[in-house]
Structures are given as structure tokens and as C-alpha cells.
Design a protein around this ligand. Sequence first.
Ligand SMILES: *Cc1c(COP(=O)(O)O)cnc(C)c1O
Length: 430
Amino acid sequence: MTLNNIDQQAAALLSNMKELETNDPAVYAALLGEEDRERNGIELIPSENYTFPEVLSVLGSVFTNKYSEGYPGRRYYGGQTYTDQIENLARDRAKTVFGCDHANVQPLSGSAMNQAVYLGLLTPGDTIMAMDLSHGGHLTHGAPVSHMGSLFNFVRYVTDPVDGSIDFDQVRADALRTKPKMMLCGYTSYPRDIDYAAFKTIADEVGAITMTDASHFGGLVAGRAMANPFDFGFDIVTTTTHKSLRGPRGGMVLCRKPFAKALDKSVFPGLQGGPHMNAVAGIAVTLLKAQTQEFQDYAQQVLVNAKTLSNALMAGGVSLVTGGTDNHMMVLDTMASFGLDGRVAEEVLDRVQITTNKQIIPDDPNPPLRPSGIRVGTPAATTRGMKAQDMEQLASWMIQCLRAPEDEAVIASVRQEVETFCQRFPVPGL
Ligand SMILES: *Cc1c(COP(=O)(O)O)cnc(C)c1O
């Protein structure tokens, strides 16, 4: 037997795609539609990205066929020579990139990774301090509609309405009063950086475990553009792998040594069965990429682009929550700026192929499906090679459309310009 060479693999891929076209034209048509949508529009949802072509290769590979319950060297099924290789690569690379003692690369998503941490280290009913949801915390940080929200007792901290800062005297007072077992920082919609030292000092005083959910900015930590919580003595960092990190959909739990065993047991067999080894292979590939100068340049550019976009929006009269950004995202108060709720603003921008998402703002008086703002971020646009001057162009299109949401002539002309513009920025892997 010989290994396939690249020509044989190319022929197989083409033949696989032809099978799909012939045998399931409906799914094939949707795939082509999505490819066109990604090619001809500008993706500004801050949690989205375009993954590396190498990741697309392994995601659609035979690694999807394999069951690998357990961990390398300790599996419950045979035939693990190559799955052990890729999982060891992924784990070792994660430790190198994030500078930590241990990594678990099996969580099937960001939500599962956070559940594995809470359930592995705490007892139901324990108190966790986390950011208020309307101020930027994630669903898995104890939203009342989430299972974690009913299992654990979440105590909230909030942000200053003007500059987004956190009042650490208040956090300390609340921590002393409620005695959390865990202090959680991290966010899904907060445009500022985190003061890890301040959280760590309070956590040490009350004996709490420190955890950062870096799902949004994991790639910016990996690319050394943002601070790494482990440098401040944090115990646990979780991150999705598909947002700023540009990998396949998945999650990772990274930790200091004393937590390694309990967290591994919590992911498997505590919470999950077989890991998705095609995604684990993709995580390995991503974490090799993350060690390159090119990736560090990318991470820096994400921040430069966000700063430029936010300045251009504010110069055009748009009101941003906290008055700007220190990271890759910003939240536009479209109600205050244009008298449009977030759902309408999202729809208007959708019509010119600029994709954003409606977003609640701190203490939003409006309901989640008609909130007061939209959330915008630069990781995906930066992956396509867009630079600062392109952000200024983007801001100008967004403002034109949001000022005249019912002016069909404006919408049609911006839409045309966006499509032409997109041709200059190929989508990786397409
Ligand atoms: C995206 C996100 C998650 C959840 O990730 P999924 O893969 O969607 O389950 C968890 N925490 C934060 C902060 C996130 O932004």
C-alpha cells in the first residue's frame, strides 16, 4: 500500500464534490450560495472569521470517521495511531502558544468548554462572579435562560456607562460579601481590555479560582496583541477556536497544572463522548499558524483596523458604547445615533451585504430581539487583507445607509460599491 499523493487527493476531493452536486443538489446549491455570500459581502460580526485553507482540508478529511474517546495513549477504542499524533500536536502547540501547563482541545464548542470548567471544579449552588450580560457577558456566564444560570449562583459586576471601566472597589465589596468560588472575566460584547491584576488580587483575597473566557480575543492573545491572563497568574483560560483564532469551530480549556486532571475528567467522561478529531486536527494546524510572524502581524492589524473603524464612525457622529474600543469590536448605539433599533440597523446593512448583529447595550431598555444597538468587529475583514483606509471606507458606507435606511438609490449604489470592493479581497480557501 502507498500513501495517497497530492494529485490523487485532489482527484478525490473533486470527485467527492461531484457526488454532492449529483446526489444532493439542494445542499450543493446552498453551499454555492454561502460561498457567494462570503465572497461578495463584508463580514463584520466580531465572533466570525474565515478559517485557514489548511483547516478546511482537515475538516473535510477522514479524521471525521474516527472515534477517539479518552486521551492520547489512554483511549477506549483501537486504531489511534494518527489521532494520538494530532491530539498531541494540538495540545503541545496550545501550551506553547498560550504559555500554560496543560491544554484540553476536545470541547465541542465554547459553551461545552465553559460547562466543563464549572461542573469540573465547582459544586452546583456555588457562587461565580461574572460580568453582567447586558454589559457584555456571555450566555454561558449564567444567563437566566441557560442551564448554568439555574445550576450555579451568578453574582454580577457591571461597567461604567461612560467609559466602560469596572469599579473594583465595588467588585471587592461584592466578593467579600458573596464569597465566590470562582471569579470569571471575559466577554462577548465589551469593547475594552481587562484589568487581570485587579481581578487576581480580589480573587486571592477571597480564595476564588480565576478564570478568563477569552473566546472572542483568544487569537489576539495568541498573536501577542493583547495581554495573556496566565502572565497575571490566572488559573484557567478558555477560548473558542473559531473566532479571532481563525481555526475550526471548537473550544479549548487551558490551565495551570493543579487543575489539569479534574478538567480533563470533566470534559471526558464528565460532559462529552467522542471528540471531533477532524476539528482537533484543525486546531493543531491553527496553533502552528498562530506561532508565525504573519499571525502576530494579523493580530496587530485587527486592533489597528478596529481603532480606525471606531474613530471614523465617531467622527461621522455615531455613538459607540464606552466611547470607542481597545480590542477588535465596538458596539454602536444605533438608537441614539440614527433612531433605528438594532434589528432594523442590521437589516439595512444586510441589504448592502455588510453583515453585523443586533446587540443589547448596557441596561438596554429595549428587548433582545429589538435591542438598541449593533455589534461590529474586524477579525474577518482583516483576514481578507483589509487595512486602515478600507475601514474608513466601510464607516462611510455604514453611515450613509443608516442615515437613509429607506433611500433605495443610496442602498443600491452602496451595494454595488461593496460588491466591487470585495473583489479586491479574496476569501481564504475559496
Ligand atoms: C462565543 C462565546 C462562547 C460560546 O461559544 P460557542 O462555540 O458558540 O458555544 C462562550 N463564551 C464567550 C465569551 C463567547 O464569546
